[in-house]
Design a protein around this ligand. Sequence first.
Ligand code: SF4
Length: 435
Amino acid sequence: MYYTIKTLGCKVNQIDSMRLAESLEEIGLAEAPPGESAALCLVNTCTVTARTDTQCRQMIRRLVRENPGARVVVTGCYAQTNPEAVRTIPGVARVLANREKGEARRILRGLVSDHPERVAEAPAGRRSAVRPGEPMRRVNGRSRAFVQVQDGCNAFCAYCIVPFGRGPLKSEDPDTVVRQVEMLVDQGYPEIVLSGIHLGAYGMDRREPNGLARLLRRLVRIPGAWRVRLSSVEPREVDDELIALVTGEAKICPHLHIPLQCGDTAVLRQMGRPYSREEFAELVFRLRELSDRMALGTDLIAGLPGESDRSFENSCEWLRALPLTHFHVFPYSARPGTAAATMDGQLSPARRKERAARLRAIGRRLQSDFVRRMKGRVLRVVPISDGELAGTPLKVLSENYLEGFISDPPTPMGGIFAAKVSRTDGSRIFLERES
Ligand code: SF4
């Protein structure tokens, strides 16, 4: 019996989907090969914008249509915050709340239990990427493993639906994280990405102050040629200890993604974001001074309520001068139930879209300036594609989060290797082996 999983949204959702795939394989199902229909379809949804909600509904309907007779199960933040909208889609067999994901094996086994003979016949050997005890499958470019150390958020920023979907902070026990990373390093993963919904708050719910920095100090002691990368960390949580680690520890990638969201302090305050734009600027300039090759990414929401034309123009001017290297830009989307959805000063969707396009253009400019500065540098990269099998240049990712290509990768390859940036092109780097 085959299953298929479709995932929308963030890295944490993707990790959840890997775990759900493991649960399904443990009860004898196998991932549907291309062209085969599945008996069990899982959609792991997201609700970060109204557009994402639409995409989730479209995805569910498509799976129902393409897999006649399949049991379609829907989980994730959209299913959590709007279960009725999901349950009423014809063909949906079950809505699984986020908190039920931990019991997925039992629930899903119940759903397929009327086909025991087909379960027993399931083909073996199609496993997910981070299953304990299995060798990594580099042929799929999976040289990066994602470890979720934390879930949920207590911040309730005025525009954000995530705390409603994910619930309060929950940090994984540090011993468990260390064991999991040791196992992945043993399996040969050269890059481990620590992720979470509110990663910088890791440990707070366990009354472990500076939890993330303490965890990193333990992780970097794990021997081997591997590295760790952090997903997003809130501005106030990038403290001296974390800065010292990210700029001074060879095993930690020189890369921070620090969500700014808006370049207007008054709007930030209204959204419940606890920093000013001046504090943010001071932080990123300090990081740039400490490391000229560090990747410094940010998230921006275009057209938050109350962002006037003047304040937006002013933000654009200010952003152009920051030493940032990557923007993730989303047009603001009012999420029902959040404080911002009923605030004064809502902008039309067209204006939000137009502002998002302008912010993306600034981001592209900053990124290509940064990429150009990398020409001639030696960077440490990991493969992220199977180019070596197809005879095409190998796609790689550098420690400072640049994607690029190398035509003459070392053999045998798979781990971290050093290569020189010989050419750049917009956001991409082209590398040569170090002789
Ligand atoms: S910190 Fe704010 S933006 Fe981030 S998940 Fe929590 S509530 Fe949402």
